[in-house]
Design a protein around this ligand. Structure first.
Ligand code: NAD
Length: 246
């Protein structure tokens, strides 16, 4: 909804990924002043549409729209972002169909790099519903010892210095510096921050961090593309699950 430039980029990338994979997609670019009622009506229509297996509402929505109401309106079976409370609860329990795309992408990067999470000190900086909280749960399910840090955390550096695996999801450019990282740690940078010169930078100061980290993700080109890949994976899974139900 509306014309948020970052949202436009994300939606275009998602459409492109669908095209590349042969997944049929529809875009509803609603104007900024569309009412909540109209948006909910569209979601209900898509919930019932048999040729649509996954629905996502690109966030943020304009201020007059209640984000929670919108998320709750999406059928949990088609909720490929895994933001619906039913899917959030399933993630907590550890028996889930869909995993939120960004944390899932982080886990995939860790797995593909041959890093074993079991027993490791995992520190997640950020506690949002979209990234930080589900990230912590996924690391816990892999038997990591997880600490969640946030804006009210005291002595942050003391905590991050303990991390064998450090995930930064703060939204502040270059927030985590090399001196906050333990020698040999795995550093995953979720942040995407657009600077005044249009350059994208992460939440980790790459230059100082790469000197101490044993592995580190770049921005752009690290977690971002993985998020889209995981969205595609969730969509295929949704299609399979719905096909089995029918
Ligand atoms: P958010 O603003 O919802 O949450 C930020 C979190 O950082 C909060 O929980 C807050 O407690 C914490 N925080 C803020 N200041 C802090 C401080 N001084 N010390 C410690 N913690 C602090 O953001 P979000 O939606 O979780 O996104 C975080 C970042 O990840 C943003 O840069 C966003 O653009 C990016 N992001 C990337 C992807 C991707 O695909 N790679 C997906 C989602 C978000």
């Amino acid at each position: 909804m509306g014309d948020d430039p970052a949202s436009r980029v994300y939606v275009n990338n998602k459409k492109k990924a669908c095209e590349e994979l042969g997944i049929y997609s529809e875009e509803y670019a609603l104007s900024e002043d569309t009412s909540e009622e109209e948006l909910l009506k569209l979601i209900h229509t898509l919930n019932e549409k048999r040729d649509i297996n996954g629905i996502l509402v690109q966030l943020p929505v304009p201020k007059h729209i209640n984000e929670e109401t919108v998320i709750n309106a999406i059928s949990p079976k088609k909720d490929v972002d895994a933001f619906h409370p039913v899917n959030v609860g399933k993630i907590m329990v550890g028996n889930f169909d869909f995993v939120p795309c960004t944390p899932a992408g982080v886990m995939e990067l860790i797995k593909e790099s041959g890093i074993d999470v079991r027993g490791k000190e995992c520190v997640v900086v950020g506690r949002s519903n979209i990234v930080g909280k589900p990230q912590a749960m996924l690391l816990l399910h892999q038997n990591g010892t997880v600490t969640i840090c946030h804006s009210k955390t005291k002595n942050l550096k003391e905590k991050t210095k303990q991390a064998d695996i450090l995930v930064a999801a703060v939204g502040i450019p270059n927030f985590i510096t090399g001196d906050m990282i333990k020698e040999g740690a795995v550093v995953i940078d979720v942040g995407i921050n657009r600077m005044a010169d249009k350059k994208l930078v992460g939440d980790v100061e790459f230059e100082s961090a790469e000197k101490v980290a044993s592995a580190i993700t770049p921005v752009p080109g690290g977690v971002g593309p993985m998020t889209i890949a995981m969205l595609m994976k969730n969509t295929v899974k949704a299609a399979i699950l719905q096909h089995e139900l029918n």
